[in-house]
Design a protein around this ligand. Structure first.
Ligand SMILES: [Zn+2]
Length: 350
């Protein structure tokens, strides 16, 4: 949506001048931003950055998951619980989701009562998000907000998609739009894993074997990971880079998803494959094999969502699996490893 509050918060991404009129036009540099839709603003900067994410590719979004927002479950529930525990906004906060994707995290956390804005370079927002939360299409390296606009920010599964330069630009912009003492919650990973992550390699090897046997399908996962640039080598580098950009690591918890890997990469994918087979049989043979396959996966995901919404038993099983996945945090949360949740505090400039 585009609330009056959002129109108050946004500024020209090029010069941070006030935006007025229709189409929104910068009072300082005169640039017009005509790309607004009915339910989000388009404030992409004029500068063309060479680096673009595959997330602009609709193929990654042509997936039933992005049409409506389902409640958080499994890995997304764990990430959202950590976000809530670490960031803990109140109704007095002004919060921005940097790289909000479908906008689902903002939809899930409307009970914060905080003023929220989601920004993403790709306009693939879920219908629920378009109708319930303020959304902007923009570049994280050139945010369309004034200095010190926000008290809290978060960025889930985003940093690993940036190059080292883009990561620094993004963090510096996040620091600029946060008030001193404000905080940025991130979920991402560094390249160096803990030794316990060898357990993850076994899970992944098993997943590959099951894929060869036709029992699971990892294509969507591979497509997602193929966009990873993994700019951070290790945790000491994380500390250095965030310090350069105006932050300090106030809190960190590591996440080595061993139980999570078994649940999400093996069990859930086997269930999905099974549902896709059934959907393919229903779709019949009028399509070529590859297209029918893609359609079947989409149909399976839609069917899975409907099934979860209908079946209390399935929801109970998924809740139990989610609880089991929390063991990864309890058992390994303090062992330095690749993936982590961190609260970065905006240090007052000296
Ligand atoms: Zn301007």
């Amino acid at each position: 949506m585009i609330s009056p509050r959002l129109l108050d918060l946004v500024r020209c991404p090029e010069c941070h001048g006030l935006l007025r009129g229709s189409p929104l036009t910068c009072a300082s540099c005169g640039r017009a931003y005509p790309g607004a839709s009915a339910d989000f603003l388009d404030l992409r900067p004029q500068v063309a950055f060479e680096e673009r994410t595959k997330y602009l590719d609709e193929a990654l979004h042509a997936d039933a998951r992005h049409e409506r927002v389902s409640p958080p479950l499994l890995g997304s529930k764990i990430r959202n619980d950590m976000l809530r525990a670490f960031l803990a906004p109140t109704a007095a906060d002004v919060v921005v989701d940097l790289g909000c994707g479908s906008g689902r995290a903002l939809v899930w956390n409307r009970d914060w009562g905080a003023a929220t804005v989601g920004i993403d370079i790709a306009p693939f927002f879920a219908q629920d998000a378009r109708s319930q939360v303020d959304l902007v299409v923009g570049d994280l390296r050139r945010l369309p907000f004034a200095d010190g606009t926000f008290t809290r920010a978060f960025s889930l599964d985003v940093l690993e998609h940036l190059s080292p330069d883009a990561l620094r630009a993004m963090l510096a912009e996040a620091a600029r739009v946060l008030r001193p003492g404000g905080s940025l919650f991130v979920y991402t990973h560094v390249r160096r894993n803990a030794r316990i992550a060898v357990g993850l390699r076994w899970v992944n090897a098993l997943a590959r074997r099951l894929e060869r046997a036709g029992l699971i399908d990892m294509r969507q996962e591979r497509l997602r990971k193929s966009d990873h640039l993994n700019p951070l080598a290790d945790i000491p580098e994380l500390h250095r880079v965030v310090a350069e950009c105006g932050f300090r690591v106030a809190r960190i918890r590591y996440y080595t998803p061993i139980v999570g890997g078994v649940v999400e990469n093996i069990l859930m994918r086997m269930a999905e494959r099974q549902m896709a087979r059934r959907a393919a049989a229903r779709l019949g043979s009028h399509m070529d094999a590859a297209a029918a396959d893609q359609e079947a996966i989409k149909a399976a995901r839609t069917a899975a969502k409907a099934h979860i919404a209908r079946s209390g038993t399935t929801r109970a099983v998924l809740r139990a699996l989610t609880a089991a996945m929390k063991l990864d945090l309890l058992l390994f949360g303090s062992i330095e490893s690749g993936p982590f949740f961190a609260l970065l505090e905006r240090v007052p400039p000296r």
